[in-house]
Ligand binder design. Structure first.
Ligand code: C2E
Ligand code: CA
Ligand code: CA
Ligand code: CA
Length: 277
């Protein structure tokens, strides 16, 4: 038993070294990619109850020579820990706004663009200035911009968080509570903070068409949002039964593989034109 314990330990430290090595290599590669325009965006459409495209969510993509395609669930946490999330978000915002500014020049295609903001950005007070500058540089109407935040931003100094959120609201953008229904105190947050849109997490959408509990929770969230006059979006829709159920319950907007996977910019623009705006 003792020998096995030691082997496990050796395996464990070996495994940890391997993982931390890989993190360091990824971090170094990220720094290079930030310098050399190595990050791109995929756009996932968001539709209304008639399946007309009303917006797009910008999702970061990273294709590398050494590691292949690295998923955001892998590189976003590293970016957050190293502080690289600040320059990365600036790049994503700039690219997303540039794309949205192009779409807005096509008549009849006024759609919104949504960008994910990590909690880490709320620690440095510059986020409001940055977003303001990038919106004006892109010449984009601020009402076409949505910023998605998650509940974890409320874990910090809530006075400071509130003042940053108010500053963003004053720019004229909409604030989206992402992944709603996965945390603990969500209900109090949507009363206390100036949120415009609530996005029901895909974990609640999965199984909604045959699970009584999930269906009841989604129904309660939708009716709560209606009383508070918030727009409610559901993400992660993969089948028509989920769409039909949520639409029947009064959900305003829908996102998921059922509608479309996240697409490269040109493919998204083609879809937008094909769908007639
Ligand atoms: P998220 O913001 O909740 O984004 C939704 C994720 O679900 C995306 O994964 C999307 O591709 C995926 N998805 C969309 N529809 C479906 C569906 O019908 N079924 C399933 N199973 N999945 C679906 P992705 O692109 O891998 O991003 C994962 C997470 O990484 C995002 O979750 C977000 O938290 C983070 N992320 C991505 N891009 C950025 C970024 O630019 N900045 C920040 N801070 N975070 C980002
Ligand atoms: Ca999101
Ligand atoms: Ca989400
Ligand atoms: Ca998520």
């Amino acid at each position: 038993a003792k020998a096995r314990g030691r082997n496990n330990f050796q395996f464990f430290t070996h495994e940890m070294n391997r993982i931390s090595d890989e993190r360091l290599r990824l971090e170094a590669a990220m720094r290079v990619a930030l310098e050399q325009d190595g990050f791109s965006i995929a756009f996932q459409p968001k539709v209304d109850h008639r399946r007309r495209i009303v917006g797009a969510e910008a999702l970061a993509r990273w294709h590398t020579k050494d590691f292949g395609t690295v998923p955001p669930d892998c590189f976003i946490p590293i970016a957050e820990e190293t502080g690289l999330i600040v320059p990365l978000t600036e790049i994503i915002l700039r690219k997303a706004f540039a794309a949205a500014s192009k779409w807005s020049q096509t008549p009849g295609h006024a759609i919104t663009v949504a960008v994910n903001l990590s909690p880490r950005l709320f620690l440095d007070g510059k986020i409001v200035e940055h977003v303001a500058r990038l919106i004006s540089e892109a010449g984009l109407p601020p009402e076409h911009v949505e910023l998605e935040i998650t509940e974890s931003i409320f874990l910090g100094d809530s006075g400071r968080t509130l003042s940053i959120l108010k500053g963003l609201k004053q720019l004229g953008v909409a604030l989206v509570m992402d992944d709603f229904g996965t945390g603990y105190s969500s209900l109090s947050y949507i009363r206390r903070f100036p949120l415009d849109i609530i996005k029901i997490d895909k974990s609640l959408v999965t199984g909604i068409e045959y699970e009584d509990d999930g269906a009841m929770i989604a129904r309660a969230i939708i009716s709560l949002c209606q009383s508070l006059r918030k727009t409610v979006v559901a993400e992660g829709l993969e089948n028509q039964a989920q769409f039909d159920f949520l639409r029947y319950q009064g959900c305003d907007e829908f996102q998921g593989y059922l509608i479309s996977k996240p697409l490269p910019e040109q493919e998204f623009a083609d879809l937008l034109i094909a769908s007639g705006g």
